[in-house]
Design a protein around this ligand. Structure first.
Ligand code: NAG
Ligand code: NAG
Length: 250
Protein backbone atom coordinates (compact mmCIF):
# COMPACT_ATOMS: atom_id res chain seq x y z
CA UNK A 1 0.00 0.00 0.00
CA UNK A 2 2.74 2.39 0.95
CA UNK A 3 4.44 1.98 -2.42
CA UNK A 4 1.45 3.33 -4.23
CA UNK A 5 2.07 6.82 -2.89
CA UNK A 6 4.51 8.34 -5.34
CA UNK A 7 6.22 11.61 -4.38
CA UNK A 8 3.97 13.91 -6.52
CA UNK A 9 0.80 12.57 -4.93
CA UNK A 10 2.36 12.85 -1.52
CA UNK A 11 3.06 16.53 -2.13
CA UNK A 12 -0.41 17.13 -3.42
CA UNK A 13 -1.97 15.66 -0.31
CA UNK A 14 0.30 17.72 1.89
CA UNK A 15 -0.51 20.92 0.04
CA UNK A 16 -4.24 20.50 0.34
CA UNK A 17 -4.13 19.43 3.92
CA UNK A 18 -2.31 22.49 5.18
CA UNK A 19 -2.86 26.16 5.12
CA UNK A 20 -0.10 28.47 6.20
CA UNK A 21 -1.52 31.20 8.34
CA UNK A 22 1.24 33.70 7.90
CA UNK A 23 4.91 34.44 7.67
CA UNK A 24 6.95 36.02 10.40
CA UNK A 25 10.07 38.17 10.09
CA UNK A 26 12.79 38.31 12.72
CA UNK A 27 15.57 40.82 12.36
CA UNK A 28 18.87 41.94 13.81
CA UNK A 29 18.75 44.72 14.84
CA UNK A 30 15.12 44.23 15.89
CA UNK A 31 12.31 46.26 14.34
CA UNK A 32 9.99 48.48 16.35
CA UNK A 33 6.20 48.25 16.70
CA UNK A 34 5.76 50.05 13.35
CA UNK A 35 7.90 47.45 11.57
CA UNK A 36 10.82 49.86 11.16
CA UNK A 37 14.46 48.87 11.63
CA UNK A 38 16.71 51.70 12.75
CA UNK A 39 20.18 51.46 11.27
CA UNK A 40 23.14 53.45 9.93
CA UNK A 41 25.45 53.50 6.91
CA UNK A 42 27.92 50.60 6.63
CA UNK A 43 26.01 48.50 9.16
CA UNK A 44 24.52 45.06 8.48
CA UNK A 45 20.85 44.17 8.78
CA UNK A 46 19.88 40.50 8.93
CA UNK A 47 16.35 39.40 8.11
CA UNK A 48 14.94 35.95 8.75
CA UNK A 49 11.55 34.82 7.51
CA UNK A 50 9.58 31.76 8.61
CA UNK A 51 6.06 30.53 7.87
CA UNK A 52 3.71 30.11 10.80
CA UNK A 53 1.18 27.31 11.32
CA UNK A 54 0.87 24.17 9.23
CA UNK A 55 3.75 22.32 7.62
CA UNK A 56 6.29 25.13 7.58
CA UNK A 57 9.20 23.21 6.21
CA UNK A 58 7.46 22.61 2.88
CA UNK A 59 6.64 26.22 2.14
CA UNK A 60 8.57 28.03 -0.57
CA UNK A 61 9.41 31.61 0.41
CA UNK A 62 10.56 34.65 -1.51
CA UNK A 63 11.82 38.14 -0.65
CA UNK A 64 11.09 41.45 -2.31
CA UNK A 65 12.89 44.75 -1.93
CA UNK A 66 10.44 47.51 -2.87
CA UNK A 67 8.48 45.08 -5.08
CA UNK A 68 11.56 43.71 -6.87
CA UNK A 69 12.34 40.06 -6.18
CA UNK A 70 15.65 39.39 -4.42
CA UNK A 71 17.52 36.46 -5.95
CA UNK A 72 18.08 33.80 -3.32
CA UNK A 73 20.53 30.92 -3.29
CA UNK A 74 19.16 27.42 -3.56
CA UNK A 75 18.26 26.07 -0.15
CA UNK A 76 17.46 29.53 1.16
CA UNK A 77 13.80 29.43 0.20
CA UNK A 78 12.29 26.39 1.88
CA UNK A 79 11.08 26.42 5.48
CA UNK A 80 12.93 29.62 6.31
CA UNK A 81 14.81 32.24 4.37
CA UNK A 82 17.49 34.69 5.39
CA UNK A 83 18.71 37.84 3.67
CA UNK A 84 21.40 40.29 4.70
CA UNK A 85 21.65 43.95 3.78
CA UNK A 86 25.36 44.67 3.99
CA UNK A 87 26.70 47.25 3.92
CA UNK A 88 23.64 49.43 4.47
CA UNK A 89 23.65 52.32 1.95
CA UNK A 90 21.84 55.65 2.00
CA UNK A 91 19.69 54.31 -0.89
CA UNK A 92 18.35 51.71 1.54
CA UNK A 93 16.70 54.44 3.57
CA UNK A 94 12.95 53.84 3.33
CA UNK A 95 13.36 50.54 1.48
CA UNK A 96 10.74 47.95 2.32
CA UNK A 97 11.64 44.28 2.53
CA UNK A 98 8.78 41.84 2.12
CA UNK A 99 8.79 38.11 2.70
CA UNK A 100 5.95 36.12 1.16
CA UNK A 101 4.95 32.64 0.17
CA UNK A 102 5.89 32.00 -3.45
CA UNK A 103 2.49 30.40 -4.02
CA UNK A 104 0.36 32.99 -2.28
CA UNK A 105 1.18 36.68 -2.25
CA UNK A 106 -1.44 37.44 0.38
CA UNK A 107 0.63 35.59 2.96
CA UNK A 108 3.38 38.13 3.57
CA UNK A 109 5.15 40.31 6.11
CA UNK A 110 7.18 43.50 5.63
CA UNK A 111 9.69 45.65 7.42
CA UNK A 112 11.13 49.04 6.44
CA UNK A 113 14.65 50.38 6.94
CA UNK A 114 15.28 53.77 8.48
CA UNK A 115 18.90 54.53 7.64
CA UNK A 116 20.41 57.55 9.34
CA UNK A 117 23.32 59.21 7.54
CA UNK A 118 25.13 62.56 7.65
CA UNK A 119 25.30 64.97 4.69
CA UNK A 120 28.03 63.98 2.21
CA UNK A 121 29.97 67.22 2.51
CA UNK A 122 33.74 67.31 2.67
CA UNK A 123 36.89 68.40 0.91
CA UNK A 124 37.38 71.31 -1.41
CA UNK A 125 36.80 72.11 -5.04
CA UNK A 126 38.56 74.54 -7.38
CA UNK A 127 36.10 76.57 -9.40
CA UNK A 128 37.11 78.87 -12.24
CA UNK A 129 34.57 81.25 -13.65
CA UNK A 130 34.87 84.00 -16.22
CA UNK A 131 33.90 87.52 -15.27
CA UNK A 132 30.33 88.42 -16.24
CA UNK A 133 29.40 84.73 -16.37
CA UNK A 134 27.08 82.94 -13.95
CA UNK A 135 28.53 81.40 -10.78
CA UNK A 136 26.70 78.40 -9.31
CA UNK A 137 27.94 76.44 -6.28
CA UNK A 138 26.12 73.29 -5.14
CA UNK A 139 26.21 71.48 -1.81
CA UNK A 140 24.68 68.05 -1.33
CA UNK A 141 22.93 68.37 2.03
CA UNK A 142 20.87 65.18 1.68
CA UNK A 143 20.85 63.52 5.11
CA UNK A 144 18.64 61.53 7.47
CA UNK A 145 17.50 63.09 9.69
CA UNK A 146 17.40 66.25 7.55
CA UNK A 147 20.00 68.86 8.36
CA UNK A 148 18.73 71.57 10.67
CA UNK A 149 20.53 74.45 8.94
CA UNK A 150 22.85 75.37 6.08
CA UNK A 151 25.08 78.41 5.93
CA UNK A 152 27.30 79.90 3.21
CA UNK A 153 30.45 81.87 3.96
CA UNK A 154 32.77 83.91 1.75
CA UNK A 155 36.29 84.56 3.01
CA UNK A 156 35.21 83.63 6.51
CA UNK A 157 32.09 85.75 6.87
CA UNK A 158 28.48 85.06 6.01
CA UNK A 159 27.86 85.84 2.34
CA UNK A 160 26.29 89.23 1.80
CA UNK A 161 23.29 88.44 -0.39
CA UNK A 162 22.66 92.07 -1.33
CA UNK A 163 26.21 93.16 -1.98
CA UNK A 164 27.15 90.06 -3.94
CA UNK A 165 23.79 89.74 -5.70
CA UNK A 166 23.62 86.16 -4.45
CA UNK A 167 20.63 83.85 -4.41
CA UNK A 168 20.50 80.84 -2.10
CA UNK A 169 18.00 78.05 -2.69
CA UNK A 170 17.50 74.86 -0.75
CA UNK A 171 15.28 71.98 -1.86
CA UNK A 172 16.08 69.72 1.09
CA UNK A 173 18.76 67.73 -0.71
CA UNK A 174 20.81 70.46 -2.42
CA UNK A 175 21.73 73.95 -1.33
CA UNK A 176 22.62 76.26 -4.21
CA UNK A 177 24.44 79.58 -4.09
CA UNK A 178 24.39 81.52 -7.33
CA UNK A 179 25.04 84.94 -8.77
CA UNK A 180 24.18 86.16 -12.22
CA UNK A 181 27.18 88.24 -13.24
CA UNK A 182 30.58 87.55 -11.78
CA UNK A 183 32.63 90.55 -10.71
CA UNK A 184 36.11 89.60 -9.54
CA UNK A 185 36.23 92.12 -6.70
CA UNK A 186 32.92 90.89 -5.31
CA UNK A 187 32.96 87.18 -6.03
CA UNK A 188 36.49 85.79 -6.08
CA UNK A 189 37.49 84.09 -2.87
CA UNK A 190 37.00 81.05 -0.66
CA UNK A 191 33.43 79.89 -0.20
CA UNK A 192 32.32 77.42 2.39
CA UNK A 193 28.98 75.71 2.82
CA UNK A 194 28.24 74.20 6.22
CA UNK A 195 25.34 71.91 7.05
CA UNK A 196 24.34 71.25 10.63
CA UNK A 197 22.99 67.86 11.63
CA UNK A 198 21.44 67.43 15.05
CA UNK A 199 22.68 63.83 15.05
CA UNK A 200 26.08 64.08 13.36
CA UNK A 201 27.25 67.67 13.88
CA UNK A 202 28.79 70.00 11.30
CA UNK A 203 29.77 69.08 7.74
CA UNK A 204 31.58 71.51 5.47
CA UNK A 205 32.69 71.81 1.87
CA UNK A 206 35.07 74.47 0.55
CA UNK A 207 35.10 76.07 -2.92
CA UNK A 208 38.07 78.13 -4.10
CA UNK A 209 36.58 80.40 -6.74
CA UNK A 210 38.85 82.15 -9.22
CA UNK A 211 37.35 84.74 -11.55
CA UNK A 212 39.23 85.08 -14.82
CA UNK A 213 39.15 87.93 -17.27
CA UNK A 214 36.47 87.74 -19.85
CA UNK A 215 37.81 86.31 -23.09
CA UNK A 216 36.45 87.73 -26.33
CA UNK A 217 34.81 84.78 -27.98
CA UNK A 218 35.18 84.95 -31.77
CA UNK A 219 31.90 84.18 -33.41
CA UNK A 220 33.19 81.27 -35.51
CA UNK A 221 30.18 80.58 -37.74
CA UNK A 222 29.84 84.10 -39.21
CA UNK A 223 33.59 84.12 -39.91
CA UNK A 224 33.43 80.81 -41.75
CA UNK A 225 30.38 82.01 -43.72
CA UNK A 226 32.23 85.24 -44.57
CA UNK A 227 35.30 83.36 -45.79
CA UNK A 228 33.13 81.12 -47.95
CA UNK A 229 31.40 84.15 -49.49
CA UNK A 230 34.75 85.84 -50.26
CA UNK A 231 36.11 82.63 -51.76
CA UNK A 232 33.02 82.05 -53.93
CA UNK A 233 33.01 85.65 -55.11
CA UNK A 234 36.68 85.37 -56.12
CA UNK A 235 35.93 82.13 -57.91
CA UNK A 236 33.06 83.71 -59.80
CA UNK A 237 35.21 86.69 -60.72
CA UNK A 238 37.93 84.42 -62.12
CA UNK A 239 35.32 82.35 -63.92
CA UNK A 240 33.68 85.32 -65.57
CA UNK A 241 37.08 86.77 -66.41
CA UNK A 242 38.12 83.44 -67.88
CA UNK A 243 34.99 83.43 -70.04
CA UNK A 244 35.94 86.86 -71.35
CA UNK A 245 39.53 85.79 -72.01
CA UNK A 246 38.31 82.65 -73.70
CA UNK A 247 35.94 84.73 -75.81
CA UNK A 248 38.79 86.97 -76.93
CA UNK A 249 40.82 84.01 -78.07
CA UNK A 250 38.07 82.52 -80.23
C1 NAG B 1 -3.75 32.55 0.30
O1 NAG B 1 -3.73 32.69 1.71
C2 NAG B 1 -4.90 33.22 2.26
C3 NAG B 1 -4.63 33.49 3.75
O2 NAG B 1 -4.10 32.37 4.39
C4 NAG B 1 -6.04 32.26 2.02
O3 NAG B 1 -7.24 32.78 2.55
C5 NAG B 1 -6.18 32.05 0.53
O4 NAG B 1 -7.15 31.07 0.26
C6 NAG B 1 -4.88 31.61 -0.07
N1 NAG B 1 -4.96 31.59 -1.52
C7 NAG B 1 -4.53 30.57 -2.26
C8 NAG B 1 -4.69 30.69 -3.73
O5 NAG B 1 -4.05 29.56 -1.76
C1 NAG C 1 38.76 86.97 -0.44
O1 NAG C 1 40.11 86.80 -0.08
C2 NAG C 1 41.02 86.77 -1.16
C3 NAG C 1 42.38 86.45 -0.64
O2 NAG C 1 42.69 87.22 0.46
C4 NAG C 1 40.97 88.10 -1.91
O3 NAG C 1 41.84 88.07 -3.01
C5 NAG C 1 39.53 88.32 -2.39
O4 NAG C 1 39.42 89.59 -3.01
C6 NAG C 1 38.54 88.25 -1.23
N1 NAG C 1 37.22 88.30 -1.79
C7 NAG C 1 36.29 89.17 -1.41
C8 NAG C 1 34.98 89.08 -2.11
O5 NAG C 1 36.47 89.96 -0.54
Amino acid sequence: MKLMFGPPLFHLLLCCATQTLGVRIESAPAFNSEGVIQTELEKTVTLLCQPEGGHETEEELMWLRNDAAISLKEGNTKGSSKVCVTPVLSEDNGATFTCRLRENATVSASITLDVTFPPQLSGSEEVTVEEEEVLVLLCDIHANPQVSSVSWMLNGSTVDLLEGGFTITNDGSTSQLSTGRVDRSLHQGTYQCTANSAMYGEYTKVFSVTATERTIKFPMMPIIAGVVVVFLTALLAVASRWRKIAQCCK
